[in-house]
Design a protein around this ligand. Structure first.
Ligand code: SF4
Length: 474
């Protein structure tokens, strides 16, 4: 994980990585927009309805969580509650140790990344293998995901082929089909050997206790085919009130995440295998994870808990496109991460307080969010929180915005600065770069100063307009 502040990381990102993140996010965003507006009369109304459903759930978790627990138990599942990351990891370990289990296959779950489950289990002698292709590549590379839907958005096929060769998955071959076939052959054996299959949950219906999983590779289905035990790690905000709400949310999720009408594999799991069913896990555990979510619920940014992890805000964000996911120093990158990660960090909030500042506040993230989260408003609230809590100010090299603010709020000083600023254009070049802007200028070129003429231009415009006004007879 990157150690630098987000703007410092951005200056070190290689051009090829920036290009692959930019191209991939742009293409997905364009497809998403076309698909939504071609297929629905009023997608914005659907986003508002979806946002309302999720907001209702998070404001009534005290009702819905006991309700879903009762349903899950009635369906034959065992329910556990984990207040912290440590408690969630310990719960998984306890379930595995009780069964004498040593091998776990894992479908993609953001909560498991958040609590660093794989690392914890490995320390306790348990093999925890990622089965989503992107996550698998990240795992063998000891890397971190760079996008919540496309974990390897920052890698090209040559890098992946090199990793496969290094980890004994065949001689170098960067043909995508060969890479995929090799991963498939390797993972199929692992599915058969696993004792436990672990998944997350995209949604959980409080009405029926059904857990909903979506994948495009079918790996969650494979993870539950051979193992006799299923563990689902679920953030407490993942509930929906009724099964019928899933119709809207699944439609919006697939289109927003990958520009598909529906994700290829959509599974509804109501409980462990019934006696009459031929196969499937005989034991099912659902671990509801808090890990800071109740603090988020009590914060000034409750709305972020509506998030359904589609990644659309990343795809459209001009900052994410330039810096990539690793710059956010947390599991959740992009606009959602700039809000959620500092909040989930709790007392460590000041360490991530630079993230809410990494936004132009253009509003694109809000426009695409399928659950209508007002991300720019939340970013502003977190900027205020950072200031109030004494978070570190700007990184070295940031232009002196305090001086700018002072000038911009004093009309006379502002006028004088604009007029006097022209001097920059006549300074001998050897005196440049101007000392306070030196770091800034390493990445950019100072444009020619053309300020100071706006008032004159406005005055002339007004005079001309008056001259053109029709004469009245009165
Ligand atoms: S904040 Fe909205 S757009 Fe971003 S990942 Fe979450 S649901 Fe998707």
């Amino acid at each position: 994980m990157a150690k630098q502040l987000i703007d410092q990381f951005a200056t070190t990102l290689p051009a090829d990585k920036r290009a692959s993140v930019y191209q991939s996010t742009k293409a997905t965003h364009e497809k998403r927009t076309k698909m939504l507006f071609d297929q629905f009369d009023d997608p914005n109304r659907l986003r508002a309805i979806a946002g309302g459903i999720k907001q209702h759930v998070i404001e009534n978790l005290d009702t819905y969580l006991p309700a879903v627990e009762a349903k899950l138990r009635a369906n034959g599942a065992q329910v556990h509650w984990a207040a912290t990351a440590e408690a969630a990891c310990a719960a998984v370990l306890k379930i595995m140790q009780a069964r004498g289990a040593t091998k776990l296959v894992k479908a993609k779950t953001m909560v498991s990344e958040e609590i660093e489950l794989a690392h914890f289990l490995e320390k306790h002698g348990i093999e925890a293998l990622e089965t989503d292709l992107g996550e698998f590549i990240v795992q063998i590379d000891h890397d971190h995901p760079s996008h919540i839907v496309r974990p390897i958005i920052h890698k090209n096929r040559r890098e992946i082929a090199t990793s496969f060769e290094k980890h004994g998955l065949g001689a170098y071959n960067d043909d995508p089909q060969t890479i995929t076939r090799r991963a498939r052959e390797f993972l199929r054996q692992k599915y058969l050997q696993a004792d436990v299959g672990l998944t997350g949950a995209n949604f959980v219906s409080a009405e029926s206790g059904r857990i909903v999983l979506v994948t495009n590779e079918g790996n969650s289905r494979f993870s539950l085919a051979a193992p006799k035990c299923h563990i689902a790690l679920v953030g407490i905000e993942k509930l929906v009130p009724r099964d019928r709400d899933l119709g809207l949310l699944l439609n919006l999720l697939a289109r927003s995440a990958t520009a598909q009408q529906l994700t290829v594999y959509t599974e509804f799991i109501a409980g462990p295998k019934l006696a009459a069913q031929p196969d499937g896990p005989e034991e099912m555990h659902v671990i509801f994870v808090d890990n800071g979510r109740t603090e988020v619920l009590a914060s000034e940014c409750t709305e972020i808990l509506r998030c359904i992890r589609c990644g659309a805000c990343m795809n459209v964000c001009p900052v994410y496109r330039q810096v990539s996911g690793h710059a956010y120093r947390s599991v959740y990158p992009g606009p959602v991460g700039a809000v959620l990660s500092p909040l989930l960090a709790g007392k460590r909030f000041p360490e991530l307080a630079d993230l809410p500042k990494a936004s132009s506040l253009c509003g694109a993230c809000h426009e695409v969010c399928p659950v209508d989260i007002p991300i720019p408003d939340l970013l502003l609230r977190l900027r205020a929180k950072g200031k109030a809590e004494g978070a570190p100010r700007a990184a070295a090299g940031t232009p002196p915005m305090g001086a700018w603010a002072l000038l911009a709020t004093q009309p006379t000083a502002w006028k004088a600065a604009l007029t006097g600023g022209k001097i920059i254009n006549y300074l001998p070049t050897k005196l440049l770069p101007i000392p306070p802007l030196r770091a800034w200028e390493k990445e950019r070129t100072l444009p020619e100063w053309r300020g100071g003429n706006f008032r004159r231009w406005m005055k002339e415009r007004k005079k001309n307009a008056q001259g053109r006004e029709p004469k009245t007879n009165g």
